[in-house]
Design a binder for this molecule. Structure first.
Ligand SMILES: [Zn+2]
Length: 396
């Protein structure tokens, strides 16, 4: 009897595992920065791609056209609308009074945008009340337009400046200086009036121009204060969006799939993945973390190599994860920092159909990749087996 019970338990466990394996289904997610045709000369057509691939949703789209969004809604296609710290003010410009400035009042432009022909490049400051109102107003407008989620392209705001070399520490606008004075008082540092505080910071910054990791106590605290300001800003924004529309999602570009004290406030990540991180153990580890935090996660590979995109697609199907179709995404190259990549949608359709019809199956190959292959194709009488090398060769 005991043996029978044990056997039943084993069978039941195996069924559970098998069931669990198939409980996750890959959905195709289209990602497109613009809705095409953008101009009369544009030969690309987003709607055609949607009708070809029938994606489950459209993510990371910059669009404010009610006519375009109406077309998406008529196809029952849910979409997330993208916003970033460069959101223009009501006059259509990134006016300095809303924005991050350095200690001398010069507005901030991120290094990857310095070659852009766009003239509205200045980032808003999270401590600036008029920027906060602007960002909220624009987000609520996107909710009214029918977005299921708001996607923040550069999601760490003022803290981005601390990742630059030389370190820029954060924003030094009047709102930030005032807030920092209060922060110091609350952290038992003592009272310093605003003009004195600004002067002290100016002296430290001018003396530390080449010092990437200044340990000056005031600068260390300034960075903590800027980080906490960003956390408070996003948390408060999220709360207001949810009060306006319960259940609305906020998504972030969590670069390489990492979650930290800032990005983990968001509900999910649509992550730009560098080619160096394209391998099975890394992707598995990112999904383990995302699952443990109950975050949604998809990847947008930053590469113009079609084979690498096919690899990611095959991985997503193997693991039952949503696959983001990169059709009109930025993949900077050495020659062109604003290169836009459009994946081979016929290839996406073919692999997806072959998998659904059982003509092809996917396996993970643990052996070392030969030459520069990412895959090995094995054929049996009835079907093809596409094997992914667990660790593919480095990009050429
Ligand atoms: Zn500021």
């Amino acid at each position: 009897m005991m043996k029978k019970i044990k056997l039943l338990f084993v069978v039941f466990s195996v069924l559970l595992i098998v069931n669990n394996t198939f409980s996750q289904t890959t959905h195709l997610v289209l990602s497109s920065r613009s809705f095409h045709p953008v101009t009369g000369n544009d030969t690309l057509n987003t709607l055609k791609i949607i009708d070809q691939l029938h994606p489950s949703r459209l993510d990371w789209l910059y669009c404010e056209s009610p006519a375009v969004l109406k077309l998406l809604k008529s196809r029952n296609l849910s979409f997330s609308l993208a916003i970033h710290p460069q959101v223009p003010d009501s006059a259509g410009y990134t006016t300095v009074k809303y924005r991050i400035v350095d200690i001398n009042g010069k507005p901030y432009v991120p290094p990857w945008m310095t070659k852009s022909t766009d003239h509205n490049l200045y980032w808003g400051c999270v401590n600036n009340p008029i920027f906060k109102a602007l960002f909220l107003k624009k987000s609520l407008q996107y909710i009214d337009m029918g977005a299921y989620a708001i996607f923040v392209d550069d999601p760490i705001f003022n803290v981005q400046l601390q990742q630059e070399r030389p370190n820029k520490y954060g924003c030094f606008c009047d709102y930030c200086i005032k807030g920092f004075g209060e922060y110091l008082l609350n952290h038992k540092y003592g009272y310093i009036d605003e003009p004195t505080l600004k002067q002290k910071l100016r002296l430290i910054l001018n003396n530390n121009k080449a010092d990437y990791n200044s340990h000056d106590q005031l600068l260390v605290l300034y960075q903590k204060y800027q980080r906490e300001s960003v956390i408070n800003f996003i948390a408060s924004w999220k709360q207001k969006l949810n009060a306006y529309k319960p259940g609305i999602k906020i998504l972030a570009n969590n670069y390489n799939g990492s979650w930290n004290d800032i990005t983990s406030i968001y509900d999910g990540g649509i992550c730009e993945l560098s080619r160096d991180h394209l391998n099975v153990p890394y992707l598995d580890s990112i999904y383990r973390v995302a699952d443990s935090l109950s975050k949604t996660q998809v990847f947008s590979l930053v590469s113009s190599d079609q084979n690498s995109h096919d690899y990611l697609m095959a991985y997503c199907y193997k693991r039952g994860r949503d696959y983001l179709i990169p059709w009109d995404v930025y993949t900077p190259t050495k020659r062109n920092p604003f290169y836009r990549f459009y994946t081979n949608t016929n290839g996406v359709l073919k692999l997806s159909n072959d998998l659904k019809m059982g003509r092809i199956s996917i396996e993970i190959n643990r052996s070392k990749a030969i030459d520069s292959s990412l895959f090995k194709l094995r054929k049996t009488n009835s079907k093809k087996i596409l094997q992914l090398y667990s660790i593919p060769p480095k990009s050429q």
